[in-house]
Design a protein around this ligand. Structure first.
Ligand code: BGP
Length: 476
């Protein structure tokens, strides 16, 4: 059974949804100079806006000018919660100003007021895969310790401004992306002097883990600030939970899968939930030739800034094993070996509803803090019928199977606070920059070539999800 106060809703991210990239004083952010791509062809980071390229974040779904209509649609589905992010460069155009951009703050005031009108609780990610471009170009993003101070100034500003409108916060989206090659640009913003594919491996593990360490410190200081000054706030962390099964019962592969889960999931959540680096970090750094610069103040900050709840995205699972074991598959940020028991989405992500129950139990067993699934869903092609309807039965099927497993997890005893499915209103894909990879219950008339009226249209899943919410998950 889901809690009475279960936070049903959907999730978005500013750079993939808002558009208005240079409106009302907003500065350019890193995604604003990332082109579109496809499953086969990577997005490019071009450093500046260059002629001849399409930049999907510039208009995206134009939430900036559609927020009233959009929030009304969410309310019609009965949303209790709306996960969204604040675009840092809307508030501080280069990330380094002293004074914030009032027009940027005013936009979020309006969004939160609109949510309040319908009793929808905002869940706000402070950093969802964007940072001011100037911080990336001049400071090399999170590799610089100085970025912590700029980030804290931004956090202090939005905490103070929205203290009466927002209760639930998330520090960094999918913080474990910082360990992966794709994270160098989208997550830790280490773009100084670079142009090229967004997944072009350039940084050493040393740099990657140091940048991630700076994010851990910033996250902990954010939690600390909330606890000291805004006791009404609840602050969570966020990772992409990669369920990794051993590809078979060869004990070596079982061990590899255990290591994988430690390195790719628990490494980050142990720091953020327990407040210190775990025992296996030492061996991991040794194997990767990483020597981190950690000050005694950092250790204190991490200890004092443990989160109130843990959140994660869950899309898929992978298999892990010795080299050459099986065919490989792609996935959300990272791939692995193919699982013969699972089918995959149109983009090759393996669909594994049982994995969400496994992930919830694993995380709850380890931490005993409330959990929330803040991203889940199916990226798929949608077709508009002649009468204008969109029969996305495949999406309903995906969500139904995952929600059923979440319910079983609650019956296992897991304390699950809520569920926000990804891209509730169609938005730009993170990994490919496509529009045709759609997740929403609401269709947005926008296409990969940048054309479209931006008109909103309800899909079949809109009515289905409304009924799920209305029955608090009893009717699935
Ligand atoms: C997560 C990100 C989101 C998002 C989602 C789906 O990793 O937090 O920003 O977009 O994955 O990925 P994609 O858009 O590539 O299908």
């Amino acid at each position: 059974m889901f809690r009475e106060d279960f936070l049903w809703g959907g999730a978005t991210a500013a750079n993939q949804f808002e558009g208005a990239w240079d409106v009302d004083g907003k500065g350019p952010s890193i995604p604003d100079v990332c082109t579109n791509g496809t499953r086969e062809r990577s997005k490019l980071f071009t450093g500046t806006v260059k002629p001849g390229y399409l930049y999907p974040s510039h208009e995206a779904s134009d939430f900036y000018h559609h927020y009233q209509e959009d929030i009304a649609l969410l309310a019609e589905m009965g949303y209790k919660c709306f996960r969204m992010s604040i675009n840092w460069s809307r508030i501080f155009p280069t990330g380094m100003e002293k004074e914030p951009n009032e027009k940027g703050l005013a936009f979020y005031d309006k969004v939160f007021d609109e949510c309040k009108k319908y009793g929808i609780e905002p869940l706000v990610t402070l950093s969802h895969y964007e940072m001011p471009l100037a911080l990336g170009m001049q400071k090399n993003g999170w590799l610089s310790r100085e970025t912590i101070e700029h980030f804290m100034h931004y956090v202090e500003t939005v905490f103070e401004r929205f203290k009466d409108k927002v209760k639930y916060w998330i520090t960094f989206n999918e913080i474990n992306a910082g360990q992966m090659p794709i994270g160098d640009i989208i997550s830790t913003g280490m773009v100084k002097g670079y142009e090229g594919p967004i997944d072009g491996i350039r940084h050493s593990e040393q740099e990657r883990y140091q940048a991630l360490h700076h994010q851990f410190v910033a996250s902990a200081r954010t939690v600390r600030l909330a606890h000291k000054k805004y006791p009404q706030f609840k602050v969570g962390n966020m990772l992409t939970f990669i369920v990794a099964y051993p590809v078979n019962c060869d004990p070596e592969n079982v061990l590899l899968a255990q290591r994988y889960m430690q390195n790719m999931n628990w490494y980050c959540s142990d720091v953020q939930v327990k407040g210190a680096y775990p025992y296996y970090a030492t061996a991991m750094w040794r194997d990767k030739n990483v020597i981190l610069n950690i000050t005694s103040k950092d250790i204190e900050d991490l200890q004092n800034g443990t989160v109130d709840f843990m959140t994660f995205s869950y899309y898929m699972s992978i298999c892990v094993g010795r080299e050459g074991e099986k065919d490989t598959v792609s996935g959300n940020l990272t791939g692995g070996f193919k699982n013969p028991y699972l089918e995959a989405s149109d983009w090759g992500w393996q669909i594994d509803p049982t994995g969400i129950r496994y992930a919830l139990n694993a995380a709850y067993d380890r931490y005993h803090v409330p959990l929330m699934i803040v991203e889940n869903g199916l990226g798929a092609f949608d077709t508009i019928e002649e009468d204008g309807s969109i029969h996305d039965t495949y999406r309903i099927d995906y969500m139904r199977r995952h929600i059923r497993q979440m319910k079983l997890a609650t019956e296992d005893g897991v304390d699950l606070m809520g569920y926000t499915n990804w891209g509730c209103i169609d938005l730009v894909s993170l990994t490919t920059g496509e529009m045709r990879k759609r997740y929403g219950q609401v269709f947005v008339d926008k296409y990969d070539d940048g054309t479209g009226t931006l008109e909103r249209r309800k899909k079949d899943s809109f009515y289905w999800y409304r009924d799920v919410i209305r029955s608090n998950g009893m009717e699935i």
